[in-house]
Design a protein around this ligand. Structure first.
Ligand SMILES: Cc1ncc(COP(=O)(O)O)c(C=O)c1O
Length: 439
């Protein structure tokens, strides 16, 4: 009856029916209690059914359900936009001035790409008309719509549709945990950007924007890169007048320990996309933020310069109320919770390495994310590597929900997960890996 997302239908003939969620737990119709160690696709950052967010939604239902967002506005969207712009400050200065509303991460990306291209069309300086292409990185994932796939890396998610993709220039993604140049942070001069640097010398006038997931390439393997890399990308894009779009759909809302990853790297991008944890996983909402410099090219009496893009449920007041409540929780406890979680994840890594030694590699932690690779034979480090499904099933049988990306195992639990639950996740994962890989 239902066609489930990202699902090999035949392998899912025993779908698990969830009737209730509370905190880090989801409860099945058979009475089983499962720890949601990946925050339900990285969304429920405060756990399920957080009372503060649910109260805010309930309160909003008695005020305004929805209103057309063209030609109309409402207090919750205004308050959310203000709070978001405040949260993006860098060294006490605003990074952005405009917030465009939509309802999922892929849309936030499509909007960013379209704004970037139209910015150059509207500005129409000498060579602006030449800019038609985007720079993407090999391990990036930006969503499943055609535009978002066009700027994503090659993977099982995008491969079939590559013929439909619009023009892009691909460069190798960085990997600062397993540097392909075998460099250490002290000796690194971002050699992995050499190709990009050289290429921009020749074709920068064709490029609209560079798009990347800052600090962590998520869905294509939880691959980390350094602040320094990000700063260098910003420097190069600025030198050539290319826009920098950061996809913070995953990394935003304190995932890496700051409101946004770009603040950790102390850079100001031109456009940022947010979704996932924005409403604490309660309702669909996404935002695309831009600077005044970009917006000023759309702020014109010429109707052809307007941005004619909109989604029916843009600015939904219930979702805005949820996002405001989620931000209030983050303001109060986001930084401390993620810091404490980061410490515990690191300790887990030390113990796991002691127990499993060279059967796992590249254990890494950033904020609320821990990831590592399981050493598998055949060398197929890919999403479809069966080892992922095997580990997932074994963990689930022991009450822990994870979704490895092939042989990359990761957890990103709710920031407020109870100590005891986190210990259970660590124990189950360690035992499963030990059992699976001792013979
Ligand atoms: C970095 C990133 N960008 C964009 C998206 C797409 O978001 P959505 O699934 O809400 O369309 C995702 C989803 O996983 C993501 O991880």
């Amino acid at each position: 009856m239902i066609w489930h997302p990202m699902t090999i239908q035949r392998s899912e003939n025993s779908l698990i029916r969830i009737e209730r969620g509370e905190g880090e737990f989801i409860y099945t119709d058979k009475g089983a209690k499962i720890i949601d160690a990946i925050s339900s696709w990285w969304t429920v950052i405060h756990g399920h059914n957080h009372p503060h967010i649910m109260d805010a939604i309930r309160k909003q239902t008695s005020e305004l359900d929805h209103v057309i967002f063209a030609g109309f506005t409402h207090p919750k969207a205004e308050l959310l936009a203000r709070k978001i712009l405040n949260s993006t400050k860098l060294n006490n200065e605003f990074s952005f001035s405009k917030v465009f509303f939509s309802d999922n991460g892929s849309n936030a990306i499509e909007i960013a790409l379209k704004i970037a291209l139209q910015f150059f069309r509207n500005r129409n300086k000498k060579t602006d008309h030449k800019r038609k292409s985007f720079v993407r990185f090999s391990l990036s994932y930006h969503g499943d719509s055609i535009g978002a796939m066009s700027v994503g890396g090659d993977s099982v998610f995008t491969r079939i549709f590559r013929d439909l993709a619009f023009p892009t220039k691909e460069f190798q993604s960085p990997n600062c945990v397993r540097c392909p140049y075998q460099l250490k942070p002290e000796s690194c001069s971002t050699e992995c950007l050499d190709d990009f640097r050289k290429s921009m010398e020749q074709v920068s006038e064709d490029i609209v924007a560079v798009i990347l997931e800052p600090l962590v390439s998520g869905a294509n393997g939880m691959v980390f890169h350094s602040d320094r890399y990000l700063r260098e990308v910003r420097r190069i894009t600025q030198d050539y007048g290319i826009l920098l779009i950061l996809d913070e759909v995953f990394t935003g809302m304190y995932r890496t320990g700051s409101w946004y990853a770009f603040q950790k790297a102390t850079i100001k991008p031109d456009i940022v996309c947010l979704a996932k944890g924005l409403t604490g996983g309660t309702l669909p909402l996404a935002l695309t933020l831009t600077t005044d410099e970009i917006y000023s090219e759309f702020d014109s009496p010429d109707p052809n310069k307007a941005f004619f893009h909109g989604h029916t449920m843009s600015g939904n007041p219930l979702a805005c109320a949820a996002a405001i409540a989620s931000m209030e929780i983050l303001e109060e406890s986001g930084a401390n919770q993620v810091k404490s979680l980061e410490t515990k994840l690191n300790l887990f890594g030390n113990n796991l390495l002691k127990r499993l030694g060279d059967r796992i590699r590249d254990f890494r932690v950033l904020g609320a994310i821990a990831a590592f690779e399981v050493e598998v034979e055949l060398g197929r480090d890919e999403y479809l590597n069966p080892v992922g499904a095997k580990i997932r099933k074994a963990c689930l049988d022991n009450g822990v929900l994870i979704r490895p990306l092939g042989n990359t195992v990761y957890i990103t639990p709710p920031y407020n997960i109870a100590e005891q639950s986190l210990e259970t996740v660590f124990t189950v994962l360690t035992n499963v890996l030990e059992k699976e890989f001792t013979h």
